[in-house]
Design a protein around this ligand. Structure first.
Ligand SMILES: NC(=O)C1=CN([C@@H]2O[C@H](COP(=O)(O)OP(=O)(O)OC[C@H]3O[C@@H](n4cnc5c(N)ncnc54)[C@H](O)[C@@H]3O)[C@@H](O)[C@H]2O)C=CC1
Ligand SMILES: O=C(O)CCC(=O)C(=O)O
Length: 529
C-alpha cells in the first residue's frame, strides 16, 4: 500500500483517482510547519503540495520512503529540487492546468487597475458615493508589453488583441516567425519599458529575471504606465516600483505575488492607494485546481506504480548501459549549452550538437538532453530538466540537430554546440574532457581557447589592437573586479578577437556597460557557469 500525504489544500475532485486507487492510502494534513512534516514524512511514499508547503532539504532527508513530490501547479520554487534529485526523489508538476485561469486573473487585475475597481468598491461600501476620484482608462488602442511569451503570456497576448490592444512581446525564445504567427510585435525589454501603456510579466523567477524591472528601467519608462505581476514576486523590484509610483512615473500596479509571501504587515503595497493586490490567487479557480490536481494525481500514480510519466522536473532516467560511457560528459555538456545560450544574443531556433572522437559511436541522446537543458535553463529556470527539455524546445520551435563523427581536431572526445538564431547568426562553443585536466572549453566561435568552464566569466569581443588588454584590466581593477585567469583568441593579427576572463565574483551590469565604451571593444557579457 502506497501512502500519499496531501499537505496543502488541493481539490478533492482532483485527487479522487488517488483516493479511489486500491493500492493507495491518501491522508490530508494541511498547515504543517517544517518540523511537523519532518516528524511524519518518513511514513509516506508521495507528497502532494501547492505553493504553501516549502519542501526543504530537511523534509526530503526525513522522507526515507519518499519517491515523488507532486506540485499541483507550475512553479516549483517551493521545492528544493537539488535536495530531491540528490536523493532520487522525483518532482513532478502540472504545467498546463492553470494557464487559462492565471491568464484570466491577469486580465482581471489589468482591468481592475485601469478602472480603480478595488478602491471604488472600498469607498462605495464605506458609504461614500464618489464618482470623481476614479477616472479610468480604456484598454483599446493601448500598447501592452508582455514579458515572457510562454503558456500564460501567449494566452494574455491573445486576449489583449481581442480588447484592441497592440502587443509588444519579449521572450528570449520568441523568434520573428513565431511573433508574426501570434500577431505580436517582437520587442526588447527596453522597447516595452519605453513604449508600453500596460506591462505584464509572465516569466519564471530566475537570476536573470530577478529585478528585471528596477530603477534603470523605471528611469526611462513611459510616463503613466500600469504594471501587472501575476507571475512571481521579485521579477519587478518592489522598492523601486513604489518609488516610481510616488514620482509619477508609474500610474498604478496590480500584484498577485510578492518577493516574500505572505508579505509583512507593513509592506508598502498593502496601503498604497495606487497598488492593488491579491494573495497569490492566480491559479485559484475551481477549474484550475481540479485540472492541476487531476494531472498531478495521475502522474503520482504512474510513478508509484513504476509506469511511464511525463512531467518530471528533475528526473534523470538514463539506462545503466549507456550511463557509464556518457555520465562523465553530462556536466560539460550542460555547461556548453549554458555557455552558448548566454553568449548568443538572439532568440535561438536551432541547437546543433556535434559529437566526435569517443562520442561518435554511442547513443548520445541522454547527453544531448543535458546540452539542451543547459541551453534552455538559462531562460526557463528550474522548470526545465533532462526529461522535459526536448518537449520544451519543440514547443518553442527550436530544432535539435545532432551529428556524429565529424573531425575531433586531435581531441579524444569533442562536443561542439552551435546555436543558430533567426538571423542565421551562429554561436559555437566546443569542449572536451582532457585526461588529467578535466573539463575544458577549447573553442568559442572560430577562436581556439583553453579554459575551465566554471564560475564567473566575462566574454569580450574586440579588435586585436595593442593596449586593449591593459585597458580592460585597468577598468576591471578600478571596479574591484579581480581577474583569476585570462584567455585571448584571434585568427589573424589585428583582426577580430575574443578575450575571456575568469573573475572571482559576479560582475555588476554597469561594469559591463563601461567595458563596451572602451576603444576597439565591441561586446562584453557575463557568463556564469
Ligand atoms: N500567480 C499564480 O498563481 C501563478 C503564477 N504562475 C507563474 O507564472 C509564470 C509563467 O508561467 P507559464 O507561462 O506557465 O511558464 P512558461 O514556462 O510557459 O513561460 C515562461 C516564459 O518566460 C520566458 N522567459 C524566461 N526568461 C525570460 C526573460 N529574461 N525575459 C523574458 N521572458 C523570459 C521563457 O522563455 C518562457 O517562454 C511562472 O513564473 C509561474 O510560476 C503560474 C501559474 C499560477
Ligand atoms: O498553487 C497555487 O495556488 C499557486 C500557483 C502557482 O503560482 C504556480 O502554479 O506557479
Amino acid at each position: 500500500m502506497f501512502k500519499v500525504l496531501v499537505s496543502d489544500p488541493i481539490s478533492d475532485l482532483g485527487i479522487q483517482q488517488l483516493m479511489d486507487a486500491a493500492d493507495v492510502l491518501v491522508e490530508k494534513k494541511t498547515g504543517l510547519g517544517e518540523d511537523e512534516l519532518v516528524a511524519i514524512i518518513g511514513e509516506y511514499d508521495a507528497l502532494l503540495v501547492r505553493s504553501q508547503t516549502r519542501v526543504t532539504e530537511k523534509i526530503m532527508e526525513a522522507g526515507t520512503n519518499l519517491k515523488v513530490v507532486g506540485r499541483a501547479g507550475v512553479g516549483v520554487d517551493n521545492i528544493d529540487l537539488e535536495a530531491a534529485t540528490k536523493r532520487g526523489i522525483i518532482v513532478i508538476n502540472a504545467p498546463d492546468g492553470n494557464t487559462i485561469t492565471t491568464c484570466e486573473h491577469t486580465f482581471a487585475m489589468m482591468m481592475a487597475l485601469a478602472r480603480h475597481i478595488p478602491q471604488a468598491y472600498a469607498k462605495t461600501v464605506g458609504g461614500v458615493w464618489d464618482r470623481k476620484s476614479f477616472l479610468g482608462v480604456e484598454l483599446r488602442n493601448k500598447t501592452l508589453g508582455v514579458m515572457g511569451m510562454g503558456r500564460i503570456g501567449s494566452e494574455v497576448a491573445k486576449r489583449a488583441k481581442a480588447f484592441g490592444m497592440n502587443i509588444l512581446a519579449f521572450d528570449p525564445f520568441l523568434t520573428q516567425e513565431r511573433a508574426e504567427k501570434m500577431e505580436v510585435k517582437l520587442a526588447s525589454v527596453d522597447d516595452i519599458v519605453r513604449n508600453a501603456d500596460f506591462m505584464t510579466v509572465h516569466t519564471p523567477l530566475t537570476p536573470e529575471t530577478h529585478h528585471m524591472i528596477s530603477r534603470p528601467q523605471f528611469e526611462v519608462m513611459k510616463k503613466g504606465m500600469r504594471i501587472v505581476n501575476c507571475a512571481r514576486g521579485g521579477i519587478i523590484d518592489e522598492t523601486a516600483l513604489v518609488e516610481a509610483i510616488n514620482e509619477g512615473i508609474v500610474a498604478g500596479a496590480a500584484f498577485d505575488v510578492f518577493e516574500s509571501e505572505p508579505p509583512e504587515k507593513d509592506h508598502p503595497f498593502l496601503t498604497h492607494p495606487k497598488i492593488i493586490v491579491t494573495p497569490h490567487l492566480g491559479a485559484s479557480t475551481v477549474e484550475a485546481q481540479e485540472n492541476v490536481a487531476i494531472d498531478v494525481s495521475e502522474e503520482v500514480l504512474h510513478i508509484l506504480r513504476n509506469e511511464p510519466f511525463k512531467n518530471a522536473v528533475n528526473m534523470p532516467p538514463v539506462a545503466a548501459s549507456v550511463m557509464s560511457r556518457l555520465q562523465p560528459y553530462f556536466s560539460i555538456g550542460e555547461k556548453l549549452g549554458s555557455f552558448a545560450a548566454q553568449a548568443a544574443n538572439q532568440a535561438v531556433n536551432e541547437i546543433h550538437v556535434d559529437y566526435a572522437g569517443d562520442l561518435s559511436d554511442v547513443d548520445t541522446l541522454p547527453l544531448t538532453r543535458y546540452i539542451v537543458k543547459g541551453v534552455l535553463a538559462h531562460h526557463l529556470g528550474s522548470e526545465v530538466n533532462i526529461v522535459n527539455c526536448m518537449h520544451l524546445a519543440k514547443l518553442r520551435d527550436i530544432n535539435v540537430v545532432v551529428t556524429q563523427a565529424s573531425k575531433s581536431k586531435g581531441f579524444t572526445n569533442l562536443l561542439t554546440v552551435t546555436l543558430k538564431t533567426q538571423n542565421n547568426e551562429e554561436t559555437l562553443v566546443a569542449g572536451t574532457l582532457l585526461n588529467g585536466y578535466g573539463e575544458r572549453i577549447v573553442q568559442i566561435d572560430k577562436f581556439p581557447v583553453d579554459m575551465a568552464p566554471e564560475g564567473h566569466q566575462i566574454l569580450i569581443s574586440h579588435n586585436d589592437k595593442p593596449g586593449i588588454i591593459g585597458s580592460v584590466g585597468t577598468l576591471l581593477g578600478q571596479n574591484d573586479v579581480n581577474i583569476a585567469s585570462m584567455q585571448v583568441g584571434r585568427k589573424i593579427i589585428g583582426g577580430a578577437a575574443i578575450m575571456i576572463l575568469s573573475v572571482d565574483k559576479a560582475v555588476q551590469k554597469d561594469v559591463l556597460v563601461q567595458l563596451t565604451t572602451l576603444a576597439e571593444l565591441n561586446r562584453a557579457i557575463e557568463i556564469t557557469l
